[in-house]
Write a protein that binds this ligand. Structure first.
Ligand code: ADP
Length: 326
């Protein structure tokens, strides 16, 4: 394949605040470097069906502050089949697109990896997910905003928890990663976090109760990561009702409100840096890597590593939470 002249950009999988800032950065950096840009709508679906439009600088004006994604996002079954990916490739060629920038989570980057292996197409991934579960980058686009949304919600829930002297289980997103639950708990002053990373090692509810959560307090908030591994907030509330009927227990599931909203400064800057770096990577002839920020430096992480390697949660944060919630 010769030099890249035109790139295609798409957002795929779960939406995350800051995706628009990333679309803007990729588009503007590409145009700045003399490349053509095509926006592909509804993730891989738009590539398969040919829902593609030329992007100029103005197409991404006034979007840096918006949540969601102006390119829309979708989950696309056809793209998981060789026939679907062939259609996607044919449409790329028809549109004159030589390289792709994919903004999404591990599913979307897995799709990019498969596609890049099948066809000789440079694919660059940007980590776009509130879950922060991609290896090789300190944080993912959307994570910081979701964390701040969680704080806002927990601060409000605490008013009721304190007034009614209740135990609240607040379920947060994160798929099989506990970053939102653990850091959300530390930042909101919650008493505990139940996270998938340690759910097979200890009974986190037992620990929490044994640590004497009621010694000095008459209300408590526990953040629970939604995951099959933890069983979710309802599971723990049921257990408390059965095993410790003396406690007045309630559940709040934050759900999709965690995915929306205007991105924080952190997410806008992250998305802008990653977007510009994606174009640098293409100009350098890089392919099939996710762009990350590691210790404040831009890094290229091979797709296989970003997807397959488990991003470790910092265990000492569990101790910090325990120490500070006495
Ligand atoms: P996320 O990117 O948020 O993890 P998903 O897991 O839903 O979201 O993946 C988004 C899309 O990526 C899927 O709908 C599908 O089109 C594509 N995809 C995921 N896994 C594969 C795969 N193994 N092969 C091809 N495409 C895939």
């Amino acid at each position: 394949m010769g030099a890249v002249k035109c790139i295609g950009i798409l957002t795929s999988g779960g939406d995350a605040p800051g995706m628009n800032a990333a679309i803007r950065a990729v588009t503007r950096a590409a145009i700045y470097n003399g490349l053509g840009v095509k926006g592909i709508y509804r993730g891989y679906k738009g590539l398969v069906t040919g829902e593609i439009k030329e992007f100029k600088s103005q197409n991404v004006s006034n979007i840096i502050q918006l949540g969601g994604t102006i390119l829309k996002t979708a989950r696309c079954k056809e793209f998981t089949t060789p026939e679907g990916r062939q259609l996607a490739y044919d449409n790329m060629k028809k549109e004159g697109i030589d390289a792709l920038v994919i903004i999404g989570g591990d599913g979307s980057l897995t799709g990019a990896r498969v596609f890049a292996e099948e066809f000789d197409v440079p694919c660059i991934g940007l980590p776009g997910t509130i879950d922060n579960d991609l290896y090789g980058t300190d944080t993912t686009i959307g994570y910081d905003t979701a964390l701040n949304t969680i704080l806002d919600a927990v601060d409000k829930i605490r008013d009721t928890a304190t007034s009614h002297e209740r135990l609240f289980f607040v379920e947060v997103m994160g798929r099989d990663a506990g970053f939102l639950a653990l850091n959300g708990a530390i930042a909101s002053g919650a008493e505990a976090a139940i996270i998938p990373e340690v759910s097979t090692e200890v009974d986190q509810l037992e620990e929490f109760i044994k640590n004497g959560f009621r010694k000095s307090k008459n209300s408590s908030i526990v953040l629970v990561a939604e995951s099959e591994l933890t069983g979710g907030a309802m599971h723990y509330a049921e257990r408390v009702k059965n095993e410790y009927p003396q406690y007045d227990v309630r559940v709040t599931i934050l759900g999709h409100l965690q995915r929306g909203g205007s991105p924080t400064a952190h997410d806008r800057i992250l998305a802008s840096r990653l977007g510009a770096a994606a174009i640098d990577a293409i100009m350098e002839g890089q392919r099939n890597v996710m762009i990350g920020i590691d210790h404040d430096e831009v890094v290229y992480v091979p797709f296989v590593k970003a997807i397959k390697k488990n991003k470790p949660i910092q265990r000492e944060l569990m101790n910090v939470l325990r120490e500070l919630s006495i």
